[in-house]
Design a protein around this ligand. Structure first.
Ligand SMILES: *Cc1c(COP(=O)(O)O)cnc(C)c1O
Length: 381
């Protein structure tokens, strides 16, 4: 089966990890700060905190945004559940903004209308978690004008978008328009650390808060101790109820090695997306908008004439590991119980009914891609 996504690990990556195993600290050593610095250098962000997953990063971003009981967080329903779960971890509640049928990202028009309504009802969200679906940046300028106007913290879920640029040509993660950006290093994402993630920001107080909560809420910085605590040389101070969301040095070493290849990975994905775009143009499918700045995490077509389940099963039986991104978050039984209704998100529903993710990753060979294309022609012509 040709999978929809897959990591690329080479000898350098293996050497980077074995080096740490043989020579250094396994955790809380020097690799994590080097990885964090490299993430800042790549994106232009002032601060990066490496964590043990993208999900942890989203949780920490919501903590840093001050989300707590009574607060509402809005996000896109066309995402992995972690984009919404992070608000619930903090005791907040979630609501969704329908998507734009062309970009499949959160719709700026729907957001504008929902904000006006929420202001009237005095139910404005505390934070907005944007998802750069498939690696294509949301309209950051327009959205940040809205969140700025209403005083809403803007968090980017850029799990798909490390290595992408926004429409203004800024690297996603530079946080030119947002308060924080969260990314993931799960094996299917732009680069991998096996499990891992990071939170990026230009705001030092947010970065300090995230770092504190990623490590038990404990600080070892004597300047933050009381006078009597400072007299005790063994002292460390728990200042807040934190978690253990740290990334290990083994994972960070893999991240450092992978990050050097990010440009090549994204370039390879873009090239293959271009090939699909040409090769599938004659089929009865709606192709993704071609965003040359996208990191191309996913390549999703929408069937316009065929039954999705039948095509899904047929392609799987022929060895093409198609997938569906995403089951709208409000479809999950956990969210249904919270009272969400599909009829509130007509664009997301329409998209979800016909969406199909095709294999796309740097190690997908030309032969494999031709095979996928030929099978698609056979099944859909
Ligand atoms: C992968 C992903 C996450 C979660 O990242 P993990 O590192 O797997 O915890 C969150 N949001 C989106 C959109 C993702 O694709």
């Amino acid at each position: 089966m040709i999978p929809y996504g897959k990591h690329t690990i080479d000898d350098d990556d293996v050497a980077a990890v074995t080096n740490v195993l043989k020579n250094a600290f396994l955790t809380q050593g020097r690799q994590v700060p080097v990885f964090e610095k490299a993430l800042c250098d790549f994106t232009g962000a002032k601060h990066a905190v490496a964590v043990n997953s993208g999900t942890s990063g989203l949780h920490l971003a919501c903590i840093a945004a001050g989300v707590s009981k009574g607060d509402i967080v809005w996000t896109s329903p066309n995402s992995f559940a972690a984009s919404a779960n992070c608000a619930l971890y903090c005791g907040g509640s979630v609501d969704f903004v329908d998507i734009d049928p062309l970009t499949r990202n959160l719709s700026v028009d729907a957001l504008t209308r929902k904000l006006q309504e929420a202001e009237r009802l005095e139910r404005l969200p505390k934070a907005l978690v944007l998802v750069h679906f498939s690696g294509s940046s949301c309209d950051m300028k327009a959205i940040s004008q809205l969140t700025g106007h209403y005083g809403i913290t803007l968090i980017e879920d850029a799990a798909h978008a490390l290595g992408a640029k926004d429409a203004a040509g800024n690297w996603v993660g530079g946080c030119q328009f947002s308060d924080m950006m969260v990314t993931s290093f799960h094996p299917v994402k732009s680069i991998t650390t096996a499990e891992g993630g990071a939170v990026l920001t230009n705001d030092k107080s947010l970065a300090d808060n995230i770092r504190l909560h990623a490590s038990h809420g404990i600080t070892k910085q004597p300047e933050q101790f009381s006078e009597s605590e400072r007299q005790q040389p063994w002292f460390y101070a728990q200042q807040s109820l934190g978690l253990n969301y740290r990334l290990s040095d083994l994972h960070a070493a893999l991240g450092i090695s992978q990050l050097k290849k990010l440009h090549n990975f994204v370039e390879a994905r873009r090239e293959k997306a271009r090939i699909y775009q040409d090769a599938l143009a004659s089929l009865p499918v709606k192709l993704p908008l071609f965003d040359a700045n996208s990191a191309w995490h996913l390549y999703v077509i929408e069937l316009t004439e065929h039954d999705r389940t039948a095509v899904f099963n047929l392609l799987r039986s022929k060895g093409v590991g198609v997938n569906v991104h995403y089951i709208p978050i409000y479809h999950h039984s956990y969210y249904k119980k919270l009272g969400f209704s599909s009829s509130d998100y007509p664009c997301c529903e329409k998209y979800y009914a016909n969406a199909l993710t095709l294999p796309l990753y740097p190690a997908l060979t030309a032969d494999m891609q031709v095979e996928v294309i030929n099978i698609l022609h056979e099944v859909l012509s």
